[in-house]
Write a protein that binds this ligand. Structure first.
Ligand code: AMP
Length: 334
């Protein structure tokens, strides 16, 4: 989606991906297929472009460093390094004085037993790496779940997190330019089903909460000396926002910005990393965004017949149950 935005802005985009037939590759100027660990391929790729950015955070740190030998890398590789590992991320956030749920590092069944005793039940055991959409997680409702959870996840580095009985989940998406200027979209309420984002509702929270979220994100951006679009996911509890995780990129919960704002999160990211002036983050319409999972994508032609409905099909070749295939934004027309 930011390749689409960048092309409209007049840029040619080269895509580097380990897999074939990526949605971005379909519209790229050039697509290079190589593993992230092929650092010579990464260096060659970077020497042909001006700026390198990422569409997900699990790119190895070494890959970003190799790219930085030849091109500007924005956001910087060290940001990926923090974001791609929950242990590093939570430790970094806690040290930066940002409010996170209580957590402990777990390396053995004995660690887990001790941590569960201190944090209490329920708690969530999470793999430090490669967790998303609820994958790599196990909820411990009582001490009897310890053995099952350890069997399930114990072969990876883990953290145990106190369960937050939240009233709502929400995310803030913001952007920081190279000169430090920041802008934010409205805090968005997110509803998950089976650990996967189902619905995003922007603009449903009070201004005081928006301010709290913006202050937290500004602190994080400054700590990271960040350039580009950044996302923070929060749990809302008793009027306070607790930090769940951050993503150094555009985010699914901001896909509605392409339909309801003059400047989408995608264009905004390209603006920030290319050194353009930041765009307006206000909505021209109220809206709700729904993900289209698996074969829900087949409803696309019918959905487009409804006024105020904007559908985006990612063009993924393979339809799998629960896979994010596209999204629909329903605008409240005036
Ligand atoms: P994550 O991959 O960490 O974003 O977790 C996926 C989902 O699991 C979140 O969107 C929450 O619905 C739930 N979850 C994760 N951590 C916690 C927690 N500490 N307390 C309650 N629910 C959680």
């Amino acid at each position: 989606m930011f390749t689409l935005a960048a092309r409209r802005m007049g840029y040619r985009i080269n895509v580097f991906a380990p897999e074939d037939d990526t949605p971005a590759g379909q519209i790229a100027y050039r697509e290079v297929r190589a593993p992230y660990t092929d650092l010579d391929a990464v260096r060659r790729f970077a020497s042909e472009v001006s700026v390198v950015t990422f569409e997900f955070e699990n790119v190895p740190h070494e890959t970003a460093e190799a790219a930085a030998e030849h091109a500007h890398v924005r956001p910087a590789g060290r940001v990926l390094h923090v974001a791609q590992n929950r242990e590093r991320e939570k430790t970094f956030l806690a040290r930066a004085g940002l409010p996170v749920p209580r957590f402990e590092v777990v390396r053995s069944a004995a660690d887990l037993d001790g941590a569960l005793g201190r944090l209490g039940c329920p708690a969530i055991l999470k793999t430090a790496r490669f967790g998303y959409d609820g994958k790599g997680q196990s909820v411990l409702r009582d001490a009897e779940d310890l053995e099952r959870s350890w069997q399930q996840l114990g072969d990876s580095p883990l953290i145990l997190e106190a369960f937050v009985p939240f009233e709502a989940e929400c995310s803030l998406i913001g952007v920081r330019a190279r000169d430090g200027e920041t802008r934010f979209w409205p805090l968005t309420r997110n509803v998950h089903a089976n650990g996967i984002l189902a619905l995003s509702l922007p603009g449903v929270f009070a201004a005081s909460l928006q301010e709290q979220a913006e202050q937290t994100m500004t602190r994080l951006m400054e700590h990271l000396d960040y350039t580009g679009v950044l996302t923070m996911e929060f749990f809302l509890r008793g009027g306070e926002l607790l930090f769940n995780e951050f993503a150094p990129r555009v985010h699914n919960s901001g896909h509605w910005t392409e339909a309801a704002c003059h400047v989408s999160q995608f264009e905004q990211h390209i603006r920030a990393i290319a050194g353009w002036p930041l765009g307006d983050t206000r909505r021209h319409s109220d809206c709700v965004m729904e993900n289209l999972l698996g074969d829900e994508i087949e409803a696309t032609p019918d959905l487009t017949g409804i006024p105020g409905t904007v559908v985006h099909d990612y063009g993924k070749a393979e339809v799998r149950q629960g896979r994010k295939m596209g999204h629909v934004t329903r605008l409240k027309l005036r």
